[in-house]
Design a protein around this ligand. Structure first.
Ligand code: XMP
Length: 329
């Protein structure tokens, strides 16, 4: 019968068969569960003939690129290139406030950077007689994405833009390889555990492709990113410390474009407000706001206001979806 244990060797055999002896495969990884599990399966099947690419778009969580690199390369042995394209992304995001424009810029720039890196890998392969051309593009598509593409806000985001590297399919004539296409999320998590992917990663909340850019209300600047990264890090750290992470479907901080008055010592402060969000949901189409024990909120608020310069007020978002969305933008 069908089981996770038999799934892995069968899928590895299928991948080896379709890739042949020399064919090279490329794929984007994000540090999320799906792309990490897909990358690990590819590595088990064809080793370094799978080339993982992670694009650092400058709007990731605190030290995310470093952490993902450590996990994928050191712990899992995946052949990964991290491209730091933060300067390019942040330059293009300058002065942009509209959420859909942010999404479009990030989606398009992602594709551009990914394609440029793929072209570099293609050159290296062409120079090496033992290597074949890049023939396949890995995608971590799950079964629910196959049966009905989850629709996000706005027409440009109907498919997850950061996964939509469709140009490569035409230009480089790549074919799609989708090892997770028959699996549900909980099955991918079980698979991840079997493949030795660290527990904290397997249970990770989803993170949107446009990243912190849709959690900074207003212009995305380096200062705003830094403030939000620090606040979000403390928030998630305290959620984990309270043992609540797995009861929550998604939690994050959003940085509001307003300043409020506060007091520190005998001085008056005038700084920004952060909004904390935590929801529980089955499918992200509807969601309930999460009810925290008060002492957890108290600790989070006191740590953020004490440790993050630029924030003097913390609010908790008590809006369900609908009418609210999970993200603020
Ligand atoms: P909303 O805000 O639409 O979020 O209630 C539902 C889920 O979708 C994620 N989300 C996105 N993911 N690109 C993504 O990859 C996007 O543009 C995007 N917008 C929202 C959100 O984080 C939540 O999990």
């Amino acid at each position: 019968g069908w089981s996770m244990e038999t799934f892995i060797p069968k899928e590895i055999a299928r991948i080896r068969e379709i890739c042949g002896d020399k064919g090279q495969v490329i794929g984007a990884v994000s540090g999320g569960v799906d792309s990490s599990v897909a990358a690990k399966i590819m590595h088990e099947a064809i080793g370094d003939r799978f080339h993982a690419i992670m694009v650092d778009n400058g709007v990731l969580r605190l030290d995310e690129a470093k952490k993902v690199k450590k996990m994928l390369v050191e712990d899992l042995g995946v052949n990964l290139t991290v491209v730091d394209a933060s300067d390019l992304f942040l330059e293009r995001l300058q002065g942009v406030e509209d959420p859909e424009k942010k999404r479009k810029i990030i989606g398009n720039t992602f594709i551009e950077v990914f394609e440029a890196e793929a072209a570099k890998i293609e050159e290296t392969c062409a120079a090496d007689k033992s290597k074949g051309p890049i023939e396949w593009l890995l995608q971590g598509t799950l079964y629910p994405d196959v049966i009905e593409s989850i629709s996000f806000k706005g027409p440009s985001a109907t498919i997850k833009t950061h996964h939509n590297v469709g140009g490569l399919l035409d230009d480089m004539k790549l074919k799609l390889i989708e090892p997770l296409r028959e699996l549900f999320k909980d099955e991918v998590r079980a698979l991840g555990r079997l493949l030795g992917i660290p527990a904290h990663l397997v249970g990770r909340h989803p993170f949107p492709g446009p990243g912190l850019a849709i959690r900074i209300l207003g212009e995305v600047t380096r200062d705003q990113i830094k403030i939000l990264q620090l606040a979000d890090e403390i928030y998630i750290e305290e959620i984990r410390a309270a043992g609540l992470y797995d009861q929550i479907s998604q939690a994050f901080a959003a940085l509001l474009p307003v300043k409020a008055v506060g007091v520190m010592g005998d001085a008056r402060t005038y700084e920004q407000v952060v909004a904390l969000r935590a929801v529980s949901t089955e499918d992200f189409m509807t969601a309930d706001w999460f009810v925290f024990p008060p002492q957890v909120l108290k600790k989070i608020s006191s740590r953020i206001t004490n440790e993050v310069r630029g924030i003097n007020r913390v609010t908790y978002d008590i809006t369900s979806k609908p009418p609210g969305t999970v993200e603020w933008l």
